[in-house]
Design a protein around this ligand. Sequence first.
Ligand code: SF4
Length: 364
Amino acid sequence: MMLKPSIQGLLFEELAAFCKTEGQPAFRAKQIWDWLYVKRVSSFDEMKNLPAPFRAQLAEAFTFQGLEKLETKGDSGETQKLLFKLGDNELIETVIIPSRTRKAFSDNNIHTCACVKSVPDEPRNTVCLSCQVGCRFGCAFCASGQKGLIRNLTAGEIVGEVMETAKLLGGRPDNVVFMGIGEPFDNYDEVMKAVRILNHPDGLCIGARRITISTCGVVSGIQRLAEEGLQVELSVSLHAPDEETRFKLMPVNASWPLDDLLEACRAYTEKTNRIITFEYTLIKDINDSETQARELVRLLRRFPCRVNLIPLSPVEEFDGERPDTETMKRFFQILENAGINTTLRDSKGSALKAACGQLRARRL
Ligand code: SF4
């Protein structure tokens, strides 16, 4: 069965073109955009300043995305994982991560950034989005990749995730991260379209710098992003400083070896003047030695970057443990001493990433 396209999957320009084709005045697209993303209605009937026949035409041509929430794990005000059913009954997860900015820093007894003093103690919400149903990259510690890729999400479905979380939060989220199920650069066009819709100044207006795209190391995607002229944040999951260890953890390394990945990252920073954040999950006796820390320094010295060290949160799918605190501090200190801006984070983010896909996996 052919599903109708979602109106939330249209760029503003596409919506304007549709309105023009239907003989509507130029301001009509702006009115619809406002109903969608500022007033955040959930039916065409609620768009009261549109002529009734045109509302019927819209309903004929498009659907509201209509993600159906099946399950919520976690309490309001805390991290919440949401399980959604899509129009074709496939399942995805979205995570809401609330934080008070100052608290987020001070919770971490190792990170000692001077900005702690200047950051206001204000609540923020980050939404972690899925961009695919399943994933074909099969990283060792991730539930999402266990059964492979089913399909890409459309831009409308991705924007739909944000709109559903906005309903729960009572407003748009402050930050959006593409760190849920799927690899964003494996669904490049729809992810970029969603980014442009979320970023539109007359709509949700989520600043590009508040949108993070996280890749497991798809070099072709990094190269394309460098040409987009977008100010989004790029995060690259590294997790090992040598080919052998990385390949064990991340099969993507067979297609894009570490050398190629780092060269693409260097070229990206040069072209965009933007700093990349490298994610490095610390796993006991696998990637946490002092030698590996020094090797990481050697690799990353060639361009400006940040490193997030995250202790592994054990998950069923992966037989690994987090290192002890002393080991993690030593690893952190080697990077810091080399002048690499490094944060040793709580494992909350890692737990989410590692456990991402588990609500869905339980239902398969
Ligand atoms: S970590 Fe990301 S890229 Fe790797 S399997 Fe999971 S969803 Fe896919």
